[in-house]
Write a protein that binds this ligand. Structure first.
Ligand code: IPD
Ligand code: CA
Ligand code: CA
Length: 267
């Protein structure tokens, strides 16, 4: 398989999908809920995923596709070429803010992240990386991350985890918030991961993400030297939901070792 051909093809379909999403603002969307009242999905999420599946299948029917909306295959192994797709990451932002959402795609070969894309649709900014070739935003190279201390760091974190909750001890999290320079919460895991890759934030922590939330982002993050793992400092498993952290390498272990106390075993 020629990776350059796959890249040119991926870029073209992502840009086309972005154009379709922008055009959809003039239509009336169908908005539904999924797992709970705050878990939203629109016909545009589903149509975008279907668009990718049809294009990729026509490009090479041997490629497997794992998509958030479940319109691809059921995947229980990462053997072969696997596209992991979130058609719209940040659907709540898409619906309510009409910005701050992204298309997120990772292309993995036998479990190794080869190509990663995060397209900030409304800013028309395509973040991209190929394994071993560096990361880019609209063809401009991203710089390797520079060392930072925790007291100067900005971290991405949902405020829920600083209040009493079932998943993580909140008191060490309060301590973390007091220690760092600032916190942010953007509502799109993909955009938060690229914020770390660009050095606009220094870490992003989540208590539960799915493979499609992180697959594209970790390929990009790896290329600038960021470290991605679960909150037990284990490698990312793209076949299940898990806790997640991506961080500047100088603070990744410090955050996990000093501030993260999970209340349960995240299987
Ligand atoms: C969600 C966003 C959000 C994160 C959630 C994800 P979706 O993805 O990335 O920032 O906190 O865990 O599920 O549902 O908008 O694709
Ligand atoms: Ca998502
Ligand atoms: Ca989504």
């Amino acid at each position: 398989m020629q990776i350059t051909k796959v890249h040119e093809f991926a870029k073209a379909i992502i840009m086309e999908a972005g154009e379709r999403i922008r055009s959809s603002f003039s239509e009336k969307w169908k908005i539904e809920t999924k797992a709970d009242a705050n878990d939203l999905v629109t016909n545009i999420d589903r149509e975008t995923e279907l668009f990718f599946i049809e294009k990729i299948t026509a490009f090479d029917p041997s490629h497997k596709i794992l998509g958030e909306e479940g319109m691809g295959e059921k995947i229980d192994s990462l053997d072969g070429v696997v596209w992991i797709i979130d058609p719209i990451d940040g659907t709540m932002n898409f619906i309510r803010q009409h910005r701050n959402f992204a298309i997120s795609i990772g292309v993995y070969i036998n479990g190794v992240g080869k190509l990663g894309y995060i397209y900030d649709v409304m800013r028309d900014q395509l973040y991209f990386a190929e394994e071993g070739q560096g990361a880019f935003m609209n063809e401009i190279p991203l710089k390797p991350l520079e060392a930072i201390s925790l007291d100067k760091a900005i971290i991405g974190l949902n405020a829920t985890w600083v209040t009493p909750n079932k998943k993580i001890e909140h008191l060490p999290m309060i301590e973390l918030v007091r220690t760092v320079r600032g916190t942010r919460s953007y509502g799109s895991a993909a955009l938060e991961i690229v914020s770390v890759a660009c050095g606009r934030m220094d870490a992003y922590i989540s208590m539960r993400l799915s493979p499609w939330d992180v697959a594209g982002g970790v390929v990009i993050a790896n290329e600038v030297g960021a470290i991605a793992s679960n909150l037990k400092n284990e490698p990312i498993n793209l076949l299940k939901q898990d806790t997640f952290i991506v961080a500047n390498p100088t603070i990744h272990s410090e955050i996990i070792n000093h501030y993260i106390q999970l209340k349960y075993d995240n299987k």
